[in-house]
Ligand binder design. Sequence first.
Ligand code: ADP
Ligand code: MG
Length: 513
Amino acid sequence: MGIVHLLPENLINQIAAGEVVERPASVVKELIENSIDAGATEIIVDIEDGGRKLIRVTDNGCGMSREDALLSLQRHATSKISTVNDLFNISTLGFRGEALPSIASVSRLKLTSVPKGSISGTSIQIDGGKEVEVKEFGGAVGTTIEVRDLFFNTPARLKFMKSTTTELSHITETITRMAISYPSIRFIYNHNGSPIYNLPSSKDLLSRVCGMIKEEEKSFLPVSLNSKINVSGYVSGPDINRPTQKSIYIFVNGRFVRDRIILHALMDACRTVMEKDRYPLAFLFLDVPPSDVDVNVHPAKSEVRFKKTDEIHRAVYAAILEALKGWTVRKGSGQWSAVSGQRNEFQTPDSNYQERVSEAIGRYAASNSSEPGGRSYPIPSPTLYPSGHKPLKGRELFPRLQGEGQGEGGVMGFFSSLTVLGRVGGTYIVCSTGNDLCLIDQHAAHERIAFERLKKMYGDSRPESQTLLIPEVVDLHQPREKYDSCQNQTEPRGRPQATRGFALDGGSVGERE
Ligand code: ADP
Ligand code: MG
């Protein structure tokens, strides 16, 4: 006799629950998604003991008939898709028909629902996947789902539940995401009878957001880009930031997602004004044509796959960059502040900026001169060289270029033939050559000298190097396409695979994990 057999339905549901129901917060997410898909305008969430004892979600949505209510607890029963084509055009939050049977298989679940236009409905009690009772029920239109004793019949899962505080914080985070994504829905959320959120319906995302987090509306800049991919929402300016990515909320077609590409684009744009290792507060909404995004990537539906990742990256980057232009500088204080309703170009940070840069360059040049083999550049300052100051020859200023330029044509000879007249604005070196005037970007020239020095050392096979005490990860900017191709690229044979680090490949740089 064969040993292969089909698993019982309830065991299949429990296996599915392993992916869909990770913890109480996953139950809350699935139930709220169902309420939103049912067109609810008010959702009440009652939690007891961090969700271990009770999770109850009540909505005023369309409700279910007796027949639908019974079917909804069957595996792969859904009202949201019917054909394969629907799978590639999903506009609802749910579509897999897995949540209710999975939850019911690992808890004591009671579903009560009254469909629209009716005064009576159905109540169904299921314990550990087994139907216990089905009866008539009278009440208001909508659905209530009560989940008690989660994982009571799967002790292994129960063991993984964390403290009430931890589970509650996950639930709160889940409800926060939902409430941000649907400001027009009224959310009431209680724990052990005490209110956590009572969020009235709001037309405005910002007032909903600021009703939940402790920031003022003026801390945020509107994000708005209308293209094939619409990007909207809010991002904080550079002075309102966090040490982690926790306050970045990304929604694709109303669904909260964790997406590396969108996050990468957001951070790329924010890095233009924000300190390293700091993150903005952001509430970003992307409207992507449903046919261009695959949401059927993971049972928990928190990941999506885009058809055109480069388009997504470009749109988000452009939208954030544009939003950040709405900030300008509080004169003199060096701080950034919002300019409400006005879009300004970036301005120079403050009036002392030039002086501080010149001073920093001076300090840099001085420290460079103490390096073995380094030297300072004795450029007369400030504006034009003072009378009585002996004009420098270019070869005194560009010694390395001159030394290395021999045999490479006339370019290096040209620099050393210049007579240095002075410096303008702490930035340009003014030189004369015959009857001509020549301006040299001091910073670029210095970089060139350093480059030539390194090139020579490399050529002589004696590059200076020193191992860092603590390894530093360097984030190198790269074009989007290269980033993508690096993600998909398989490692060439014979080359060791880095666990975490960077690989240089014909000029492209990709982080590998
Ligand atoms: P999915 O949401 O993927 O379709 P679920 O198992 O979560 O699968 O729900 C199954 C079906 O039950 C849904 O398609 C929907 O028709 C119905 N349903 C679930 N919850 C509600 C609700 N709160 N209000 C109305 N109908 C609901
Ligand atoms: Mg669902």
